[in-house]
Design a binder for this molecule. Structure first.
Ligand code: HEM
Ligand code: HEM
Length: 178
């Protein structure tokens, strides 16, 4: 049954990310239904400190490569549950930024890499649909502030550098409702 298939290591994660990876707390990312390759890469990036996360650093220090593969596979297999958005209706600024970018500021459409439905166009491009707006906001700011500096994050650093805090808040709210 489902319960006996939960790896023992996943108990450490449940307190913040939820037992099935659908965190209820806005600062903790939902990791359910995410691409397994992306989850595993983030754990390794945090361990190598090319993604700075004081909270996760102590946890990944206790995990070996096999644990990371097991945990990434487990959470990726859990069905994702979205959180209602406050103002993501058609015609919202957030929708425009996500689907078409901000041409005047040189911001490309998020959809070109994360997909029109926020599913991520390939394993290296994370699924964003239904993610907490609060978490999305802090991560876009983390790219802008060079806290996420792995090779793949170069794409996001270029995007984030051209966005204002108001742009980020609008698109984050849209993403939460996707
Ligand atoms: C981020 C996995 C335990 C708090 C992440 C990410 C992954 C992950 C894959 C990156 C998500 C993404 O990029 O979308 C795990 C696993 C855990 C675990 C497998 C157990 C072994 C915890 C615990 C806490 C926590 C116990 C709270 C004390 C966070 C926070 C972030 C994060 C705050 C966002 C990164 C940041 O900005 O600091 N986790 N996690 N995690 N996790 Fe965990
Ligand atoms: C990661 C948002 C545009 C490529 C992320 C993350 C967020 C995000 C929140 C972190 C996800 C997580 O931690 O779970 C956005 C928004 C965009 C946008 C709001 C539009 C304004 C793009 C574009 C590209 C791209 C145009 C491709 C050129 C990536 C990649 C990652 C990522 C490769 C993973 C980076 C890593 O491995 O750390 N994006 N994104 N994004 N995004 Fe975007």
């Amino acid at each position: 049954d489902v319960v006996s298939n939960v790896p023992a290591q996943a108990q450490i994660c449940a307190g913040c990310h939820g037992p099935d990876g659908n965190s209820l707390v806005p600062m903790f990312p939902k990791i359910a239904g995410q691409h397994p390759e992306y989850l595993e890469k983030q754990l390794k990036n945090i361990k190598e400190n090319v993604r700075v996360s004081p909270v996760m650093a102590g946890i990944v220090a206790t995990l070996n490569d096999e644990d990371m593969t097991i945990l990434a596979t487990h959470f990726a297999e859990q069905p994702a549950r979205p959180t209602p958005s406050v103002s993501n209706g058609p015609g919202s600024i957030g929708e425009k930024i996500f689907q078409t970018g901000i041409p005047g500021a040189g911001v490309p459409a998020c959809a070109s890499c994360h997909g029109a439905n926020g599913q991520g166009i390939a394993p290296g491009f994370p699924r964003l649909a239904g993610q907490h707006a609060n978490y999305v906001t802090t991560q876009v700011q983390a790219f802008r502030d060079d806290q996420r500096k792995n090779d793949a994050a170069k794409m996001m650093r270029m995007v984030a550098a051209k966005m204002t805090d108001a742009d980020i808040a609008a698109v984050a709210d849209y993403i939460q409702g996707l």
